[in-house]
Write a protein that binds this ligand. Sequence first.
Ligand code: ATP
Ligand code: MG
Length: 412
Amino acid sequence: MRDNLVVAKPIHEIVKKLQDGGFTAYIVGGAIRDLMLGREPKDYDISTSATPEEIRAVFGRRQARIIGKRFRLVHVRCGKDIIEISTFRRNPDDTGQIAGKTRQQPVPENMIFRDNEFGTAEEDAWRRDFTVNALFYDPVHDDLIDYTGCGIDDMHAGVVRAIGEAELRFEEDPVRILRALKLVGQYDFTFDAKTEVAVRAHGDLILHAAPSRLSLEMEKILKNAYCDGIFTAFHDYGFLQYCLPYLEANWNSPARTYAMQLLAERNSHVLQGRYRNSISLAMAVIALPFVEAEIGLGRHGKLWTKDYHTAANIRRIIKDVFQPHNMIKRLALSAQSILSFQPDFFNPDKTRSKLLHSQGYGHAREVLMLQNAVLWQDDSMVSTWPRPMPASRRHSRSNQKRSRRRKPQHKK
Ligand code: ATP
Ligand code: MG
């Protein structure tokens, strides 16, 4: 566990600029956890006493943009990245049921629909979900603030503890159950006793969460380089049945074991920087063993033709694996094309050079390499199928080709 937290320089500057403007500002959320655990934060969240308009005034309209209608945040441009800055909020006094709003499904009476009242830094900490998520860090003065009084100890002990009454907090917002299990899965944390009881007893509340929010959470999980651990935690605590029922129903199958092995391999490639993070690639990796189990696609597969039925079957299996989530069509199509590519690597009718320059070769090759690492361990595979050319070289090559093709047309 690190005690000196090293924050990226541009983030330090953003916090300082807010403080110089007369506001309180802290780094909050997942970045603090990652810094304390010595992991590279995937992004930073900043919270401040400044209102969205005041934040925009500090950074100027060119660098800062207010987003969201109900829950207003500010996006501040920082080089290539966008940093999200939120104003301190507090827990709503009531459960926030919006007057006049009728909902079709009965929902738990404590569910919160409004969470948008500004507050102090301390109030903001108490409205957060878990003690380890409520630590505030001021990098300018190197000050780590633990308003709940348990966050630092829980970080050291690796404990996920709901702030307040766990059951009530999960009723207010069932997505917190998923978030709790993500912490357990990705950091190998354990639950405090009351939080664990509530997680085990109330997993079904997630069925009340908005489908669009859940699909977004699923995309975030697939992008997480510890997602194999997260899915295992979902299963261990009886939550996977609500979140990915197909995977739960097949948990004891060889296909599921193989899917998790491939996913773990993909995650280690991402963490080592050997291949880029991609949601569609993660989807393809999870679906591949189920596709093979059903239609025999793959190295020794029987179906080599890209006929309509094979494509439709792959599409259906991907949908089955990820239902009830309505994954973005583009991601599902990309996962399908990665899988459809796999038999080509073993098809004697396909020339190697053609495949090397095919669109989608990079992702498809990565999935091939993952299978090779987990299953075949065949060195020749790596030399036969080299890393894809960098995009810049590929483009200049295709530009040359295009200009060669165009010349005769110009003469006409
Ligand atoms: P990640 O590393 O996945 O981004 P995170 O904890 O930073 O993890 P975010 O979704 O970025 O997750 O949320 C930032 C912070 O906002 C959390 O750490 C937590 O303090 C608070 N938060 C997010 N969602 C909720 C929620 N549903 N209820 C209460 N607090 C929440
Ligand atoms: Mg975050």
